[in-house]
Design a protein around this ligand. Structure first.
Ligand code: HAM
Length: 426
């Protein structure tokens, strides 16, 4: 005798979300903000598969993501496959593949779903959607200024005021100068210390100091003073004073000044902002909500001038950022900026008498041809129930079809809020 099979759980897989219509409406609203802003700046949409060869991420994505956060498997043809944890390597691959045919500068955007095996918590899930905005082929800081101004517009469109958030900036070039030239570290040590700085806010101060000591020895106090500088000016004065300003310092200064010219003043230099990926080469930035309810970056990105060299010898400069849907939604909740649920139709036809349904379907079809969104209530419930159903769905108008309407052919729309009736012509 076989046991009754165990019933399946209705839960979604751990860390991923189902999108019921109310959630989908919010998601659509977020995507609309992303698409409108990208198009406003002249960006073209692209897309790709979620499946990529695992090798794509080995060189530059960063150890944490590769070793701990990817969903990887071996396919039936013995290939190692990864569900994309980010879009940047895919984008670099695509641009490298068509480099000769493409006209630069390229301005591209995409809204992919990405998979990361993370511990699910507020702001972090295992599948999220991420706007990716990237510009290729512009060497000047005008590229950084453009994409950061897009990031600013997007954050404002989520419903935040300038005083609610901060655009934090740093320069990988500057930090490399600090580790390699000021503290004389070799490439390996520089890499280790930059990963350590990336962790600074997540670990205890004495653990951080001990780890820094292992690499920097006697220089640790000097390094900590620099890292704890209160602002850009203090950081600059803590560096060796040379006749000429280091390029890394001047690029931070120029980007902040360029944004100020566009009226964007909520920027802040942050020497502890490293960003996890190994491919960044210049300015890196993140948008931070200042509300303690959302302690995650709203979005983040930077310049990556060498990523395309993974695919060939030619270099193409690039700057971009990624903005996630989860943080966007959390922000909108915090700031009461969630969109009102949209109605599913402009008009509901309420049908009295099952035999009148074919007539109602025909009327609906004719009205749809004129571009209105119209649904027919097929429940054959009492008229009052049908009207309250339309009301619940936020449908603003109804048309009642019963024997009289069918015999006279005279139809009226009724506004459920005002009670106003209007004859339907044609
Ligand atoms: P990222 O900082 O890893 O950058 O991700 C960008 C944004 O995606 C984050 O600020 C956050 O809003 C969201 N995000 C990331 N991981 C998760 C997660 N597990 N759950 C929810 N949201 C998440 C990148 O991915 C770079 N590839 C961005 C980029 C584009 N850089 C240059 N171009």
């Amino acid at each position: 005798m076989s046991d009754t099979p165990k019933k399946l759980s209705t839960d979604a897989y751990k860390g991923v979300r189902d999108f019921f219509p109310v959630d989908m409406a919010v998601q659509r609203h977020i995507f609309n903000i992303w698409e409108t802003t990208s198009k406003k700046y002249g960006y073209e949409e692209y897309g790709a598969s979620v499946l990529e060869p695992a090798d794509l991420y080995r060189a530059k994505t960063g150890e944490e993501i590769i070793n701990e956060q990817t969903y990887s498997f071996i396919d039936r043809g013995d290939r190692e496959v990864t569900l994309r944890p980010e879009m940047t390597p895919t984008l670099a691959r695509m641009v490298a593949a068509r480099k000769r045919e493409l006209t630069f500068p390229l301005r591209w955007y995409s809204i992919p779903n990405l998979f990361r095996y993370e511990q699910p918590q507020r702001g972090r899930v295992r599948e999220h959607w991420q706007l990716n905005v990237d510009i290729f082929g512009v060497e000047s800081l005008a590229a950084e200024i453009e994409v950061i101004s897009m990031a600013y517009d997007i954050t404002r469109a989520y419903g935040l005021k300038d005083t609610d958030f901060e655009i934090r900036l740093n320069s990988r070039r500057l930090m490399h100068y600090v580790t390699a030239d000021v503290f004389n570290l070799d490439e390996h040590q520089s890499h280790t210390i930059s990963k350590l700085i990336d962790k600074k806010d997540k670990v205890k101060a004495d653990w951080f100091e001990a780890a820094a000591m292992e690499i920097l020895g006697d220089n640790t106090p000097k390094f900590l003073t620099l890292l704890n500088s209160k602002n850009f000016e203090e950081f600059t004065t803590n560096l060796p004073q040379t006749a000429e300003e280091h390029k890394g310092l001047s690029e931070v200064r120029q980007v902040i000044a360029g944004l100020e010219k566009l009226g964007i003043t909520n920027t802040r230099f942050d020497q502890t902002l490293m960003r996890g990926f190994d491919y960044y080469t210049g300015i890196v930035f993140e948008v931070f909500d200042l509300n303690p309810a959302n302690r995650r970056a709203v979005l983040g990105g930077g310049r990556y001038d060498d990523l395309l060299s993974l695919f060939g010898n030619e270099k193409v400069t690039a700057v971009g950022f990624g903005a996630g849907d989860v943080t966007a939604r959390d922000l909108m909740e915090t700031y009461n900026a969630l969109p009102a649920a949209p109605s599913s139709a402009d008009i509901m036809i309420c049908v009295v008498g099952e035999h009148n349904i074919p007539y109602a379907l025909d009327v609906a079809q004719k009205i749809r041809e004129k571009g209105q969104r119209i649904a027919v209530d097929l429940s054959i419930k009492k008229l009052g129930d049908q009207i309250s159903h339309a009301n619940k769905r936020g449908i603003p108008k109804i048309i009642v079809i019963g024997d009289e309407e069918v015999s006279t052919g005279k139809l009226k729309t009724k506004d459920l809020k005002t009670g106003e009736e209007q004859e339907l012509i044609g």
